[in-house]
Design a protein around this ligand. Sequence first.
Ligand code: SF4
Length: 287
Amino acid sequence: MTRDPKHESAGYQPLRPQATGLGEFLAPVAGFGVTFAAMFKPVVTEDYPRKKEAPQSRYHGRHQLNRYADGLEKCIGCELCAWACPADAIYVEGASNADLPENAGAEPGALAADSPDGAHMSPGERYGRVYQINYLRCIFCGLCVEACPTRALTMTNDYELAGNSRAGMIFEKQDLLAPLTEGMLAAPHPMAEGTTDTDYYRGDVLGATQAQVDWVTERRPDDETLDAAAAVASGSRPGPAPRQHELRPDAGPGAAEKAAGEAAAGSVQAPSAQEPALDAAPEGAIR
Ligand code: SF4
């Protein structure tokens, strides 16, 4: 390599000393030394999608609308997340719990909008009736999570958000709502007796109560969540733990059978039919 007199006359000083002799002769192929050394290092190529690696715990992936331990939804339909969104990707419509069809037979005036009696989708007066996130607009900044006053909205680690239609990239409430974990009672149902929405927010409601179970038994005797919720209400089993997500176990051919075999052997928990294909940090974690 020769020195450029034009640069030298302009006062250019190289950061590294110029190679001379043998070093100058080998300089054009010196880069191949890096390639050669890399040939003997372990391969780090990830075998995606057969093997799915968990991203960092604070990764901003698909959103999730969380639930309280008795199964009521945390979202109150306040629309603050929609207002905070810089990409206008969120659409929310709130509604009054008093207007739920299950409350249709109530005496006029007997069911105030914020009454703990009667059917509720979420504690307090209102719930999120419509909730949509347009993932063609979302930039995963997390401002919606910061804006949410009830910690209803968090972000999971689910990064598989490709779709084959524009309409399919608009996720509806049912796509975003956390599934019921074992021991939760499917909404709608009354709030836990003697509580307010503040008690829920403070984490004082740790599971379904007997009155809630009785209410659902009377109206939906075939509800699949009744047995586990009744066990929680009677104290024979603990309330649902904060939801944890696992990587989806369906990686590769035969993985479902392998997961079922491991579950039968007791080494892992069998995924329920309701479990979404998600992975994420614990629900309470700041993401
Ligand atoms: S997710 Fe949170 S901020 Fe958005 S509407 Fe529901 S309660 Fe309000």
